[in-house]
Design a protein. Structure first.
Length: 215
């Protein structure tokens, strides 16, 4: 049975991040973190009302078998504290607004997994905001478009995971198109093992994939 974090587990970690005066009131595990635990921790005794805690514990990873042998493969799992911190630094250097990190720890002394305590950017969804305040929602969407444009203009000489590139490495010389095709063929083979209809159409699907120009 999977064990998730609770108030007792996270109280010391959050105090180290925000100060001894803060007290954890509630801990809610949020949806969407299929490779890590994502918790909203509500606080008392500090001006910070809540924080988000990411936990890369094995029990929080619902895709434990999804591992690639080649770390240079851009499809290799990118979940973990190191890729997270690298992505945060990369976006911040471009001027992209990212949640502030209060604490990041891979020592396993505070918590038995790699963890990060980050700013909680709370609020409703953009979809809901369009229903209640379309003008404000349109402004938020415009800001997102500007951010995406900044990211689009930033191009590297090589492709690959940002943590690999930051260390001076790069993905192998295999082209992006070849990578995508190889991954699609592997996924097709795996899916055929689970669904007879896909297996029956496997040859036709493989032939169709092979028709794609890969450069």
């Amino acid at each position: 049975m999977r064990q998730f974090a609770d108030i007792e587990d996270l109280s010391g970690l959050v105090r180290d991040a925000l100060g001894a005066g803060c007290r954890v009131v509630t801990v809610d595990r949020l949806r969407g973190g299929s490779k890590k635990g994502v918790y909203r921790v509500r606080l008392d005794g500090t001006r910070t009302a809540s924080v988000i805690v990411y936990s890369w514990a094995e029990a929080e990873n619902f895709w434990p078998g999804a591992r690639e042998a080649d770390p240079a493969d851009p499809f290799a799992p990118a979940s973990g504290l190191v890729p997270f911190l690298t992505a945060q630094r990369s976006l911040d250097s471009l001027g992209v607004r990212v949640p502030r990190i209060h604490l990041a720890d891979d020592s396993r002394r505070r918590y038995p997994a790699d963890v990060a305590v980050v700013e909680d950017v709370s609020g409703g969804t953009l979809e809901a905001l369009f229903e209640t305040d379309p003008t404000r929602a349109a402004k938020a969407l415009g800001g997102l478009a500007e951010t995406l444009e900044v990211m689009h203009r930033h191009q590297g000489q090589h492709y690959g995971r940002v943590d690999l590139l930051e260390r001076g490495g790069s993905a192998s010389e295999v082209s992006c198109g070849r990578r995508v095709l190889d991954r699609a063929l592997r996924d097709l083979e795996e899916a055929a093992g689970h669904d007879g209809r896909i297996a029956a159409a496997g040859t036709a699907l493989r032939d169709r994939l092979q028709e794609w120009p890969i450069g």
